[in-house]
Design a protein around this ligand. Structure first.
Ligand code: KG4
Ligand code: ZN
Length: 380
């Protein structure tokens, strides 16, 4: 089975084609068009600009992927697109494009939860079959999550951030000290030249059994040091030390909590993903801690840590191959939750949307209006 995947939840337009085989799912081709340079002058993602870029990119990237594998669109068995969470306008472009393609090709369309994509990207990137149970750590610009994955669609939240996501903390601290967006790679470069023990920065929730994260205290501590020392801001060595100490504090917390989560869930495997997992120090410390604790660490190469379409197509393909009822893919959901996926919810949501439309029309639309009568609106 071959699945084409489209990911446009934020500022990366990504398309991939995957193929299932009896042992794992292979990524046959994948392209990612990043918009970092476009958004950099604004210090963050500008949704309107991201939307226009996705619209421009998708009609180029889909044929590019098919050309790379030398296959026609008729070779695709299903089309998957990110349904949420993410920026509404960005999600809409990829999702609508996928739906249109699915209708044109008479193929099924599958909506994929972006976080679920991250959960499985480490298995896919390492060409490993997904094995339950495992603990997933997702650390990105929008999320910091520890998940106990018991089976397909059976996820238990072990911990999450109570304020900023880890990547967001990197981005905000970078902005504070005048580094460009995205902050993670910039801080990492500075930190490589600094002393991680130079500043005593706080670590959140040090208790072993508390698996939540908080990065706002750490961010405030960095702000305190930075703003209270205007004379030092021109001293490169001092900035290097501040970045190194900040990076170490984030890494310490992520590693400690991930290892504790594996212990608490009594599993053997830890699968990690999200843009922050590109960080070399985090990767090394995770490898070391997991080796010490006898944990099977499944970590993708950096290209599969950041947003990509291989994880979206791969998640859809693995679930279809496992016989899991796919999400219908009827609409985007910018706040899509990972932890309440009861069967039939798409139908329930579709019906409730239909009911709301019906009420709204009954109340607001004058009789002579040319709007399609509510009874004739097809929700999917
Ligand atoms: O997963 P991702 O590409 O997009 C989201 O879904 O958010 O993650 C982007 C985040 C940004 O906050 C970025 O600063 C962070 O990942 N990031 C890093 C590194 N590379 C990217 N953080 C720390 N160190 C890095 N090398
Ligand atoms: Zn992501």
């Amino acid at each position: 089975m071959r699945v084409l995947g489209i990911e446009t939840s934020c500022d990366e337009t990504a398309v991939a084609l995957v193929e299932t085989n009896p042992w794992s799912t292979d990524i046959l081709a994948q392209v990612v068009s990043t918009q970092i340079a476009l958004h950099r002058p604004f210090g963050g993602v500008v949704p309107e600009m991201a939307t226009r870029e996705h619209l421009r990119n998708l009609p180029l990237l889909v044929p590019q992927v098919m050309r790379e594998v030398n296959l026609g669109l008729d070779a695709i068995d299903a089309i998957a697109a990110t349904e949420g969470p993410g920026l509404a306008s960005s999600l809409l472009i990829g999702h609508s494009y996928a739906r249109a393609l699915a209708v044109a090709l008479s193929k099924p369309m599958v909506g994929v939860n972006h976080l679920e994509g991250h959960l499985y990207s480490s298995f896919l990137a390492n060409r490993r079959a997904v094995e339950f149970p495992f603990v997933g750590l997702i650390a990105s610009g929008g999320h910091t999550l520890l998940v106990h994955a018991l089976g397909w669609d059976r996820y238990v939240k072990l911990g999450s951030t109570v304020d900023d996501a880890a990547g967001e903390a990197f981005d905000k601290v970078a902005k504070l000290i005048g580094l460009p967006y995205p902050g993670g790679p910039e801080i990492e470069k500075m930190a490589a030249k600094g002393n991680a023990e130079a500043f005593g920065l706080p670590r959140s929730f040090p208790e072993r059994d508390n698996l939540n994260f908080s990065f706002s205290g750490l961010k405030t501590a960095v702000r305190f040091f930075f703003e209270k020392s205007p004379m030092m801001q021109a001293d490169k060595e001092w900035i290097y030390d501040l970045c190194a100490s900040f990076q170490k504090a984030v890494v310490d917390v992520l590693v400690r909590k991930a290892v504790a989560a594996v212990g608490q869930a009594r599993v053997e495997r830890l699968a990690v993903s999200g843009g922050v997992l590109c960080n070399k120090m985090l990767r090394e410390e995770l490898e070391f801690a997991c080796y010490e604790a006898g944990i099977d660490l499944i970590m993708p190469e950096p290209a599969y840590c950041t947003d990509n379409a291989g994880m979206i197509a791969g998640t859809a393909a693995e679930k279809l191959a496992a016989g899991v009822e796919p999400r219908v893919g009827d609409d985007i959901n910018p706040n899509l939750d990972l932890f309440s996926p009861e069967p039939g919810r798409d139908l329930a949501r579709g019906l409730s949307v239909a009911a709301k439309l019906k009420n709204r029309h009954a109340k607001d639309v004058p009789q002579e209006s040319s709007v399609v009568p509510p009874g004739e609106i097809e929700v999917w």
